[in-house]
Design a protein around this ligand. Structure first.
Ligand SMILES: [Zn+2]
Length: 133
């Protein structure tokens, strides 16, 4: 596999932005003096960066939720110790909510991972059929 001429391009941030904005490959090729094929191939690399950023966001969300869950469980313990039934019930609800939210995020990101893999396979086949520049 060849290295990507746009990944190491000096104006890569501008090209990435143009690709994300959906500016036609022909215009991008003209403006930055790259080939249309290179621009098309590099589009997949932009998606990779986006995915990495999304993965980071998911990690942060999960970490925040885990923190909230710990707090809810501490409140539950406190409420139980003081026979605060209403407080215990509320804390149980909060803890359950965080568990549900965590499960939902994990489920969604697994689905996205599967879709991403499919997209990569499709992209590889397309690139194979088109040949390389
Ligand atoms: Zn690239």
């Amino acid at each position: 596999m060849r290295t990507c001429s746009i990944c190491s391009h000096q104006q890569r941030p501008e090209i990435d932005r143009a690709l994300l904005e959906g500016i036609p490959l022909r215009d991008i090729a003209e403006r930055w003096g790259v080939s249309k094929t290179a621009a098309h191939r590099h589009k997949g690399h932009v998606a990779g960066v986006l995915r990495a950023q999304q993965a980071l966001t998911v990690e942060r969300l999960l970490s925040d939720l885990a923190d909230l869950q710990q707090r809810a469980l501490r409140l539950l313990t406190k409420a139980e110790r003081t026979d605060d039934l209403r407080g215990a019930l509320a804390a149980t609800r909060e803890a359950r909510e965080t568990v549900m939210a965590i499960a939902k995020i994990i489920e969604t990101s697994e689905l996205e991972g599967r879709i991403t893999k499919l997209e990569e396979i499709i992209e590889q086949r397309r690139a194979h059929e088109q040949g390389k520049d």
